[in-house]
Structure formats: structure tokens, C-alpha cells
Design a protein around this ligand. Sequence first.
Ligand code: ZN
Length: 306
Amino acid sequence: MNSETRVAILAISIVIPLSALALWSSDNSRSTTVAESQQMKVLVSFNPLYEFTKEIGKERVDVSMIIPNGIEPHDWEPTIQDIQKMKNADMVVINGGGFEPWIEKLTSINSKILIVDTSDSIPLLNKDQSGFGNTFQKDPHFWLDPILAKKQVLNIAKGLIKIDPDNAKYYQENADIYNTKLDLLDKKIRTELSICNKKDFLAFHNAFSYFANEYGLNQHAIITNIDENAEPTAGTLEQVMQKAKALRLRVIFTEEAVNPRISEVVASEIGGKVLVLSPMEVNPENIGYVKKMEQNLSNLKEALCT
Ligand SMILES: [Zn+2]
């Protein structure tokens, strides 16, 4: 036996037990790899639902977003091909509350598919009187209230348990773990905002009604129409500036996916500054829900605590 062979044999004898150990330990941990064919194919409409579903299903689910990240979900309409792709999923998760009016097209071609409406058991607010056109009768922005987001998480878990009952305990436990994080987030927001002396804030579009209700704040918005890209009229802008002055606001909010110019115009009029208050409808930087909420909290504190 030459020395090269000896090294090779030694290598094999070391490698085999190590890899066997690796298999054994991963079998006993949460990071078990599930064969692709055994994963539940889940489609979710937009960004926060992607994270919620992934946190509950982990490696047991293959989650894809229906609305491409970066596209404003209020305006999105699926093509025939998009709808065709959806019909082969094990489950489709929608926000509900009128956020996905296109979902009826899917049920018309596949009535058997499980559609999880995450708004189930959430008391919906009526649309803002001044906006949301005619399509949206209810305000769909409840995911921005962590307490209501917990209900969305439970509804998704229920759906996964329905399509994959063998792993019910796993889904329920993961949902509980994630909801504990949302509880902590809620406590943090409540505690930190409680010391602020102001209650009024000016969002870019009126996505924060549920959030404001939860934490005792008053939401005002530059855009009260569902189409975030809509330019406010000169008259509307004038009213917004008057309001910002009357409320002595120091911060005017914008969002990630919009031109900040409108917010800058208002801010310069009152000598204030522009910060982001994210409705999490797009997620270009791929930042998680809790972290994004903490950024919102920090920016809200600047608006309300100073
Ligand atoms: Zn919105």
C-alpha cells in the first residue's frame, strides 16, 4: 500500500462516519430537508404573506409570490397565463378584504383549489370615505397591525393543516413561535409609542388605519385614493399642507416605491423632514416583517415623540 492509498483510505474512514453523523443530526433537527416532491406548493399573493407562510411551513412548503416583488399590489392584474399557473398549486393564500379582486378568475377555472383568505375572523374597517374607488369596499391593510397579522398567521396555519394534516403539529408550533415574535413586536410598539406626546401622523397613502386604531393614533394621508401613483391635485396638496401646519407636524412620510417628491414639497412648506413609513406592499430590500415594523416604529417616534 503506497502512502497515497493510505491517505485515501484514512480519508474515507473519516468522511463516512462524519457524513453519517451529519445525516443523523439533521434528521433530528428542524432543518430536515424535505424532498421537493413532498413539499406543499403554496402560492401567496404578496410580500408579508410570503414571510408568514414560510415561517409556518419552513422546509415543508415551496412558497412563491403571485405578484412579483416590486410591483404595487393594489394595481396588479394577472394575465391568463398567471391564472393558469395558479391552478396547479396545493393552496393559494390571499390577504382578503378586497385586496385581490382577481381571485374569482382562479376559482372559475379550478373550484377545488384551497384558497386561504387570511382576513377570516378579522373585523374589517370600511374604506376611507374619501378614497379607494369603487372596487374596494373594505380597507385591506390589516397586515400592518401585528395583532391582526397574528390572525392571518393562524389562518395560514389552518390552511396548511388542511392540505397536509400529517404535519399539523409542526405547522401549529411554528405558527405559535412566529406569533410570539409578533406579540413581542406589539409590546415594543405599544411601550415605545406610549411616551410620545403627539398622536397625529401624515402617511403617504392611508394604509395605517388598523395600525392607528391599535395604538391610539390619528392617521392622515396625502393620497387617499387606492392608486398610490396618483398625483394629488393642487387643491388636495394645499389642504394637506394646511393640515400639516395646523397639527404642527415635523415629519412627512413617504413610501419605498413612490416618488418622494410630493412628501418633500409638503415637508419643505412646514420646515419638516421626510421619512419612510412602509406599508410593506413591496419589499425591494427583502427586509423581514418585524424588522420593517421596527424601522416604522423608529420613524414614527421621530414624528410623534419630538
Ligand atoms: Zn395600500
